[in-house]
Design a protein around this ligand. Structure first.
Ligand SMILES: NC(=O)c1ccc[n+]([C@@H]2O[C@H](COP(=O)([O-])OP(=O)(O)OC[C@H]3O[C@@H](n4cnc5c(N)ncnc54)[C@H](OP(=O)(O)O)[C@@H]3O)[C@@H](O)[C@H]2O)c1
Length: 308
C-alpha cells in the first residue's frame, strides 16, 4: 500500500513538475514526452493496476519507464541537445466532414467549404506545405521527371532563389514533379526532397528558378527541414495543409504546435477513407490536446483550434 501511494505520488506530481521546468527552459518537446508518459502511467494505474499488486507488476512499470526515458534520451541525442532549435510555429489546418474524413473531392461538396480559405487567412500562415499526393492532385504538371544518369546529391543542401513573405512548399522525396518556370514572387514554390534526389532534378529546379531544400539521407528529415525553413528562408509561421500522411509525419516528429479543423456539414462514412491523421501503429496512445478556440458560422460550419 505504501509503495502504491508512493508510485501514485510520482505519477501525479513528478512528471508535471519536470515538464514545467523543461518548458520554462524551452525544452518543449521533451516536456510533451514527459506529459505523454504521465498519461500512459495514469492509464496503466487506473486499469490493470487496481487488480494486481504493485510488486508483481514492477517489471511492467520499469519497462514503461525504460522505454519512455530511452526514447526521450535518443530524441535529445538526435537533436544534439538543441531542443530549443529554431523552427516556425506550425499549424496543421484541414477541412473535414463530421466523421473526420478529409478527401478533398468529398469536402468540396460540403456546406462550410466556403470558409476554408477565410480560416486559413485568419491563421496567418504565409507559407503552406503539402504532401506529395496532395500536390500531385492540386499543383504539379502531369508527368514525372526522368533523370538520365540519376546521380544522387547525397548531402544536405539548399538553394534560395527569392526572399518571399511566404512559400508554397511541397515535399517530394525523390524529386519527381514537373513544374512551370517560377514567376510568382508573392508565394513562390519551394520543393523539399531527401538527399536521394538526383543532381539533374535540382539543376532542373534551378533552371525553373524554383527554391529547394535537400535534407535527410533516405527520407526527408522534417525537423532539419523546419530548421532550414526558419533559419534560411525566414519562415516564422507554417501551415501543414495535408494530406494525412504528411500531417502524421509532422505530428510524429513533434513539430506541430496547433491543429486547426474546419468541420463542414456532412457525413462521409465511405469505407477506408482516411482522417486528418492516419497510419500510426495500433499501440499509439492518443495525442493529448488543449482547446484553444471554437468558432461557429451562420451556415453551420464549426472551426476548432487545438494546441498540441
Ligand atoms: N480536407 C483537406 O483539408 C485536405 C487537404 C489536403 C489533402 N487532402 C486529401 O488528402 C489525401 C492525400 O493524402 P495522403 O495521405 O495520401 O498523401 P499526402 O500526405 O498528401 O502525401 C504523402 C506523401 O508525401 C511524401 N512525403 C515526403 N516526406 C514525407 C515524410 N517525412 N513523411 C510522410 N510522407 C512524406 C511521401 O511521398 P514520397 O516519399 O514518394 O515523396 C508520401 O507518400 C487526398 O485524398 C486529398 O484529397 C485533404
Amino acid at each position: 500500500m505504501e509503495k502504491r501511494s508512493g508510485l501514485n505520488d510520482f505519477v501525479q506530481a513528478a512528471p508535471g513538475y519536470i515538464s514545467k521546468v523543461l518548458k520554462e527552459n524551452n525544452y518543449a518537446r521533451m516536456a510533451d514526452k514527459i506529459l505523454k508518459f504521465n498519461l500512459k502511467m495514469k492509464r496503466f494505474l487506473s486499469s490493470d493496476y487496481r487488480r494486481i499488486n504493485f510488486c508483481k507488476d514492477i517489471d511492467t512499470v520499469s519497462e514503461l519507464c525504460y522505454i519512455t526515458f530511452a526514447d526521450i534520451a535518443s530524441e535529445y541525442k538526435n537533436d544534439g541537445g538543441k531542443e530549443g532549435m529554431k523552427k516556425p510555429y506550425i499549424v496543421c489546418h484541414m477541412m473535414t466532414s463530421l466523421d473526420g474524413r478529409i478527401d478533398c473531392a468529398m469536402v468540396g461538396q460540403l456546406t462550410g467549404v466556403e470558409e476554408y480559405y477565410a480560416t486559413l487567412g485568419e491563421l496567418n500562415l504565409p507559407s503552406t506545405l503539402s504532401g506529395r499526393v496532395t500536390a500531385q492532385l492540386e499543383m504539379a504538371l502531369p508527368g514525372t521527371f526522368q533523370a538520365k544518369n540519376g546521380v544522387f546529391i547525397g548531402q544536405e543542401r539548399f538553394s534560395k532563389k527569392v526572399d518571399a513573405t511566404g512559400y508554397e512548399i511541397v515535399v517530394d522525396t525523390k524529386g519527381t514533379f514537373l513544374w512551370e518556370k517560377e514567376t510568382d514572387t508573392a508565394k513562390p514554390h519551394l520543393i523539399i526532397t531527401s538527399e536521394q534526389v538526383s543532381k539533374e532534378y535540382l539543376d532542373y529546379l534551378d533552371e525553373l528558378h524554383i527554391s529547394w531544400i535537400a535534407c535527410g539521407k533516405d527520407k526527408i528529415d522534417l525537423k532539419r527541414a523546419a530548421e532550414i525553413l526558419a533559419e534560411e528562408f525566414g519562415v516564422e509561421r507554417l501551415g501543414i495543409v495535408g494530406g494525412p500522411a504528411i500531417n502524421s509525419a509532422f505530428l510524429e516528429a513533434g513539430l506541430l504546435d496547433e491543429v486547426s479543423i474546419l468541420i463542414g456539414l456532412g457525413i462521409d462514412g465511405r469505407k477506408g477513407m482516411p482522417g486528418v491523421f492516419d497510419g500510426f501503429p495500433m499501440e499509439k496512445i492518443p495525442t493529448p490536446l488543449k482547446l484553444k478556440d471554437v468558432k461557429t458560422y451562420g451556415n453551420g460550419a464549426v472551426w476548432l483550434r487545438y494546441l498540441v
